[in-house]
Design a protein around this ligand. Sequence first.
Ligand SMILES: Cc1ncc(COP(=O)(O)O)c(C=O)c1O
Length: 385
Amino acid sequence: MQGPMSRFVHTGFERDPATGALAPAVYRAVSFHHKDPEKPLRWDYSRSGNPTRDALEGAIATLEGGLRGFAFASGNQAITAAFLLFAAGDHLIATADCQGGTQRLVRAVLSRFGLSVSYVDTDDLAAVQRARRPETKAVLVENFSNPFLRVSDIPALATWAHQEGLRLIVDNTFLTPYLQAPLALGADLVLHSATKMIAGHGDVTAGLAATADEELGRALYTVQNATGGMLSPDDSYQVLRGLHTLPLRMERAQDTAGSFAAFLSRQPEVVEIHYPGLGGDPGHETAARTVRGFGNMITVRLGDARLVAPMARHLEMIRVGAGFGGPETSISLPELHCHAALTAGERQERRLTGDILRFSVGLEDLADIEADLRRALDRATGEIQ
Ligand SMILES: Cc1ncc(COP(=O)(O)O)c(C=O)c1O
C-alpha cells in the first residue's frame, strides 16, 4: 500500500479479530483483569496503555514513519512531554514565530524548573547556530511557523543539529503528517496539536507525537505514563477517525487556500500576505523542496486595523475565533486568540498587531469564502469612513 490516501485510510486499525468490526472499540475500562499474575498482561491500567489509544498511537507512528507514537490530552501536553525529556540547566532553541501556548508554557512553568529557551528565526540556519550554547540540547521548530508561516529547512537543521549532538523536534501541526514528514527529513521527534486538522472537526482537543528513535521512544513513554497526560479512549477514537480522511480534507482545503491567497493578494486592504504557496513568498523554495503541499493557513496584514472589528461583525459564513483546522473557514486575531498568551510587548516585538488576520481555509466553496470576506470588508470600510 503505497498511495498516501490508502495509507491514511488503512493505517491504525484493520478489523477486530474477535468480532470482525471495522472500527475500533472504545475501551473505557480503567483496569484489565490479571487472571494469571505470573504472566505479564498486554494492558493492565489505562494510563499506562489502552487498546483504543494504542490503535491511534500505532497509526501516528506508522504515518510519520516512526517506531513509536503517543497520544496526549492536548497539543500543549505533547509539547510539555517533549520538554520533560530534558533536565534542569538544559537549554533549547525554539522558533520565535511560534504559537503563544509554547511561550506561556516555558515562561510560566518550565523556567521554574531550570529549563531555558532562546527564541530565534529557525528559517535562518545561521541564527540558530549563533544561539547554540554549551548546554543546548535540542532545537524545537514549528513548521510552518505561527502565524507568519515562515518555512524552516528541516533537512539542513537536522544535519547541523546531529553534527552538534542536538535533538531536532518538529511541531508539525500546520502541515500535518500528510503534507510534511519530519522524521524522514531527519527530525528526531515530531509533535502535533491533533485538535486542528488531524481531528479536523473542531470537537476534540488532542496531541500526538512520534519518533523513530527507540531511546527517545522509551523516554517519552516514561514521561507519558509518569505524568498521566494521555488522551482518553473516546478522544483517541475521534482522532483516529479524523486521520482516515485527513489527506482528502487537506487536498481540498489547500487547493482552495492557493486560490484564496491569490484573491487576498489582489484586495486593496491587504498590505502583506504570508503563504508559502505564493511564488514570491520567502519560504516558497524551501517549502517546494520539503513539503507535499503548502497547506491551508494564510496570514495577512490589513492596511487599517480599524477594519478588523466591523469586518468580523459583518462576516456571515466565515467564523472568527481561536483554533483552526476545522471544516469551516475561520479567522484568528492574534491579540485576542492564537497569541493572547504573549505580553503586549512580545506581540509588538513580533509585529503581531491588531491588523493581522490568520485564516484557516476550510472546506466550503471558494466563491462563498471570497464573497463573504469581500462583502464584510466593504461594509466595514463604509462604517469607518
Ligand atoms: C502549532 C501549534 N502547536 C501546538 C498547539 C497547542 O495545541 P492544543 O491547543 O491542542 O493544546 C497549537 C495551538 O494552537 C499550535 O498552533
